[in-house]
Design a protein around this ligand. Sequence first.
Ligand code: AP5
Length: 217
Amino acid sequence: MRLVLVGPPGAGKGTQAQFISAHLGVPKISTGDIFRANVSQGTPLGQEARKFMDAGDLVPDEITIGMVRDRLAEPDAKSGFLLDGFPRNVPQAQTFDALLVEASTPLDVVLELVVDDDEVVRRLSGRRTCRNCGHIWHIDFDPPSNEGTCDICGGELFQRDDDKPETVRHRLEVYYEQTSPLVGYYAEAGILVGIDAMGPVDDVTDRAIAALRTYDK
Ligand code: AP5
């Protein structure tokens, strides 16, 4: 299956991507994760992306699209993928559509996670991510047994720089201005399915998998 997750920052895209990609047997490809890995390795791509990420702005399209094209050319993405965080605006979606048409591999479905803004702020203010395996935790909603340590691999947990309250507010504005038009774009293409992403993580996963069942190939 070729699937895109869309939703505001903190909707739970990364959290659900972990479970859905395992369920479908396709790689989870997160542009945010790829950018963050480049930032922590200090690559030229990371140094460029960091300026935009720290401000809560989108990284320029030409950088992002080239990065995704390279990642999708890797062998594990040949039989499907789950994209988390890309496309992020209509120009990215249009360029991506053209790439997929050229490869005769159109998207099967775009899954929208619907949550309200207050929940976004609650979720992002308590998010902690494992520096080693990337697992996503929450200090209240999904706490690890030992504060600051990942239950899965023992790695150190950290708080993302862009989860500061003022940056979160700006990321939400960027979402409504630039990313939310994708909902109409993909609805018009007839491949959008939306689910209620409020409530416990497991319930959201169940709703997502049920919604995707008709598209699973
Ligand atoms: P990115 O990493 O994509 O961030 P985002 O879209 O803002 O989304 P988040 O990762 O913040 O949230 P999420 O929806 O994945 O939530 P999560 O599952 O972690 O992008 C970061 C930056 O990179 C951008 O600002 C931009 O600069 C750049 N970038 C990336 N892609 C780009 C692109 N295509 N073009 C240009 N620039 C790009 O959950 C959040 C918290 O809530 C966690 O603590 C989790 O445990 C908790 N939680 C999840 N679900 C639930 C639940 N059901 N109940 C309670 N808690 C929950």
